[in-house]
Ligand binder design. Structure first.
Ligand SMILES: [Zn+2]
Ligand SMILES: [Zn+2]
Length: 251
């Protein structure tokens, strides 16, 4: 199977397309599955199943945790309850308890866990499409399952980075294949020109298209950064942004 394990939708504060557009585009690109991993927001199982049925590819419910601008990030795949904790040990225990798979995304970037192997992550994102320089130290240096994910925040960023997985198409088989290392990062990082196409799309849809929400999002991020500075962060999964997504027009 050809799977992109790291895709954002407009349920993240910094991404453009709706979940439906993302899944539709993934199908067009020939992917067999994608994981929707929005910042601090778990993609609901029932919605993943509905989109899977509609477009004929597996949609894996996931989330990317950690403060979007400041703290270390982690990815949970296949869990059914949202959660957040300042303790990475608690996070990884929770994911394991829920039967999910934990992934250390962009581990050598500023927002990654460089000590991912010692912490006990199930897999490492050794190929992150949007952080090419952050991944040069990862490949083949650790004996743990490796994944590739685009970290796409707009449609042109998809389709360049993925993972080859030996699985039969069900969510359980994909999670099991990752745990046992039957997965290989494939493709390349996002070409620079496609990466740049994110910015006009973001301005058009997420700033000019919803100016009030854009201001409130900016204020919230500033508050979170300040709160982290004082050790009083209130960043939790349930506080992160309300959904504007389905209103965007189809391409
Ligand atoms: Zn991240
Ligand atoms: Zn991400």
């Amino acid at each position: 199977m050809k799977i992109d394990f790291h895709v954002h939708t407009n349920r993240s504060i910094d991404a453009v397309p709706s979940p439906r557009l993302v899944v539709k585009h993934a199908k067009k690109l020939g992917l067999n599955a994608i994981a929707i991993t929005d910042h601090n927001r778990l993609f609901p199982h029932h919605e993943a199943q509905r989109l899977s049925r509609e477009f004929g590819l597996l949609v894996i419910p996931g989330m990317e945790g950690g403060n979007i601008a400041v703290r270390k990030h982690w990815i949970a795949l296949g869990v059914s309850r949202p959660f957040e904790s300042h303790s990475i040990d608690t996070v990884l225990s929770f994911i394991r308890h829920e039967g999910g798979v934990s992934v250390a995304p962009h581990p050598h970037a500023r927002l990654g866990y460089a000590n991912y192997a010692d912490l006990g992550f199930d897999a490492v994102e050794s190929l992150n499409g949007s952080e090419p320089l952050a991944n040069t130290l990862v490949r083949n240096t650790k004996n743990m399952p490796e994944l590739g994910g685009s970290d796409a925040h707009a449609l042109p960023m998809m389709g360049h980075t993925w993972t080859r997985v030996e699985a039969d198409g069900t969510l359980d088989s994909v999670l099991e294949a990752v745990r046992s290392g039957r997965c290989t990062p494939s493709g390349t990082t996002v070409p620079f020109l496609d990466f740049l196409r994110f910015y006009p799309l973001y301005v058009r849809h997420r700033i000019l298209g919803e100016p009030r929400e854009a201001i409130s999002r900016a204020c919230r991020v500033i508050r979170e950064i300040r709160a982290l500075g004082t050790g009083e962060s209130s960043c939790t999964a349930v506080e992160y942004p309300r959904i504007q997504g389905e209103q965007h027009p189809s391409p």
